[in-house]
Design a binder for this molecule. Sequence first.
Ligand SMILES: [Mn+2]
Length: 414
Amino acid sequence: MKEYIRRRKKLFEMMDDQSMLFVFAGDLIKKSADATYPFEVNRNFYYLTGVDEPQAVLVLNKLNHEHQTWLFVRDIDPHLEKWNGKYMTQAQAQAISGIDTVYYLSQFKGLLQQRLTRNTIKHVYVDSERLSESDIQSTGEAFAQSLRKQWLLPVNNAYPLIAGLRAIKDELEIQKLKAAIDITNEAFLAMLRNTQSGKYEYELQAEFEYVLKKYNSKPAFDMIVAAGGRACILHYIENDQPIEADTLILTDVGATQAYYCADISRTFPSDGQFSDEQRTLMGVVLEAMDKVIEACQVGVTMAHLNRLVIEHYQERLVALGFIQAASEVRDVYYHGVSHMLGLDTHDVGYLDNAPLVAGNVITVEPGLYFESLNLGIRIEDNILITDAGPVNLSEHIIKTPAAIENYMQQNKPI
Ligand SMILES: [Mn+2]
């Protein structure tokens, strides 16, 4: 709760005086007939409140340099509660978010009108990431429009301000990320123990998801279990093919903890043993990885990190004879090496060519994809940037051929 208060305070400090800022939790989305998709809270809203409740609205008021915070939650509907479960009460919302003034949504329009007619508000910020689809306004853009038209107010986008804050993780966020990574590790090992050629890719997926469910965790994204040449498709998520003998299996997986996402890739052999060629290429990727992680220092850009991978591949792959010319690297490595990580797997807050700062958490995920050799390798760790250098949050998840072979030999499927 203290963290949410601290985050809102930082946001207040970025707002102009005589302004209001709106962030919407978002709403349930219809699936079919009377079914909806599971609710996914706007992560900006969650970041600022800790509240995970459809239709809720956060309003920051900055008036004469004073900070006033409002939170709106759904009016209790005893009939719908019998069907869909209890709504969050004002007291619960208060306890989670640390916001003293919690209203019901039915009071939203009246309070807004009251405040705006006093003519003291000069600026409005609206988070355009996800605006409410509820009956406050038919769409969020309509809400912003009505503020412009009806009240002649300049409306700024709050999204970049919040994204900027989210880019720098606080202690609680690091804890959640570590917890997500630990669950991912356990679930990854469950996959390893159950790996055998002849099985289907989705059988490994089932092992992974079973462990997540035991922790009441959810996958951070559609997981990838790609054996053989299918690993060359970067976002292969069908996972529906049988695993061939003596092939590599590329897995790109992540658990969540309170919405914080792990994003881990590991590559391992279908029958517990790497071939010489597979081992050599694994080595090339792991060397790239070490170079990049070492370079994860304050002030460095992601573009620079990616150049390190490409230069390493140019040198090593030519020397080893896997490619003839340095220019061919782009045929076997065709994605970036890093992205931000946090409440979203591809997290917000990184501006192109911006230098990394302390508190950023990024992935390091070099890969190599040789369709001609029927294999793809990706290895991915999650790195915290600090003033004292990189901290590899997923260092304990085994990744070298020796460690993986050892584990698989000692934990063969029954
Ligand atoms: Mn990733």
